[in-house]
Design a protein around this ligand. Structure first.
Ligand code: PLP
Length: 400
């Protein structure tokens, strides 16, 4: 098998992808012998209830909020992709956090950062009212983490690479500190890379969390989330919490996510190839100050990224040289192919302006500390012919 083409990640010095990911994404949990019909694609089982031969004697399914065959197929596939024992699919990325938080008690605390996904803060604020404190720290100095951990810390929640700076955190180093200094568990939000490019459980994380709405769903038509873990106790608690809260995805959504998983590896390879080509183009452009993309040698996280991940997805960001608000606005107005909007991870290239969109509610000084300025532009590179994307970006830069 020596003469198979090598991936971009391998060429650039990232970890070598072991055999089997794409196979699992197509087959795990999808076995046709679980259905009487022999269906190769898991059926969408819409039934809310399941027959009991005698009261209490059921097939393993009794009511769809507790469990549904379409969801079971999906959970098995999601677990396989992280080499995890367990996975739970949720209604949204944020619902996995809600379900975890609902297992905490008043007086418990968790550690996170102001630089992580803004939607999570609403949940942390809500639970603060119920007595669960969130300590926000700067993870660029891991001494801050050691200092913040105490006997009431239940969870450390991180994201890497971070949005929109693409700053990379050393997951293994963080896991070592969390486990040696506390009884807390570590959750890594792996939305930006998906299990194809990064598997945090291999690096010592206890739970990996996803917004499926982004690259995993991949077509900008699903809102969903999931977690994977090898820890049975955590799995059982979070599963019970999910059922109690009712944050379970519909059978149709499960079907769509399963369908997306079948092409995850090919989509991610292409997102990476395209985003790397755009990053190289922008890096050499005279109107660009700096490009954030973990596969660029100039990036803060290049060393760690190549050590802990298998490549990078379609996300990058950049600063316009001597950029002003006016120049950024002209850039966005001049785009013809690239769509301006929230979210990321779809087949279409999507540009967003964190200053006025995702990060607009953050106080100005915090935004600037997080690298979010009036000249920062974030792009989720899609699966178009990358030459068309580069041409469109080039024309928009020409216009400013
Ligand atoms: C979008 C996103 C979420 C939240 O996911 P939803 O599916 O919108 O609930 C969480 N984390 C990251 C990094 C995200 O990009």
């Amino acid at each position: 098998m020596e003469d198979l083409p090598i991936s971009l990640g391998e060429k650039l010095g990232f970890l070598k992808q072991p055999k089997g990911f794409a196979t699992k994404a197509i087959h795990a949990g999808q076995e046709s012998d679980q259905w009487n019909s022999g269906a190769v694609v898991p059926p969408i089982v819409t039934s809310t209830t399941f027959v009991q031969k005698t009261p209490g004697e059921h097939t393993g399914f009794r009511y769809s909020r507790y469990g549904n065959p379409s969801r079971t197929s999906l959970d098995a596939c999601l677990a396989a992709l992280d080499d995890a024992k367990y996975a739970i699919a949720f209604t949204a990325g944020v619902s996995s956090l809600t379900a975890i938080m609902a297992t905490f008690e008043s007086g418990d605390n968790l550690i996170s950062s102001k630089k992580f996904f803004a939607g999570d803060f609403i949940i942390w604020d809500t639970f603060k009212k119920l007595g669960v404190e969130t300590k926000y720290i700067d993870f660029s100095d891991l001494g801050n983490l050691t200092e913040a951990l105490d006997e009431k810390t239940r969870m450390v929640w991180i994201e890497s690479p971070m949005n929109p700076s693409l700053t990379v955190l050393d997951i293994k180093a963080i896991a070592d500190i969390v486990h040696s200094k506390s009884k807390a568990f570590l959750v890594v939000d792996n939305t930006f890379l998906t299990p194809y490019f990064q598997r945090p459980l291999e690096l010592g994380a206890d739970i990996v969390a996803y917004s499926i709405s982004k690259f995993i769903g991949g077509h900008s038509d699903i809102v969903g989330g999931s977690i994977s873990t090898n820890n049975q106790e955590l799995y059982e608690k979070i599963k019970a919490s999910q059922i109690a809260l009712g944050v379970t995805p519909s059978p149709f959504t499960c079907y769509l996510i399963n369908r997306s998983l079948r092409t995850l590896s090919v989509r991610m390879e292409k997102h990476f190839e395209n985003s790397y080509a755009v990053a190289k183009y922008l890096e050499s452009h005279p109107k660009i100050e700096k490009v954030n993309h973990p596969a660029l040698k100039s990036h803060q996280g290049f060393e760690i990224a190549t050590k802990q991940s298998y490549g990078h997805s379609g996300i990058l960001s950049f600063y316009i040289k001597n950029g002003t608000l006016e120049m950024s606005k002209t850039f966005f107005k001049s785009l013809k192919l690239v769509i301006v909007g929230e979210s990321l991870g779809g087949t279409e290239t999507l540009a967003s302006f964190p200053w006025v969109m995702s990060h607009s509610t953050m106080p100005e000084d915090e935004r600037i500390k997080a690298g979010v300025t009036e000249s920062l532009i974030r792009i989720s590179i899609g699966l178009e012919d990358v030459r068309d994307v580069i041409e469109d970006l080039g024309n928009a830069l020409e216009a400013i």
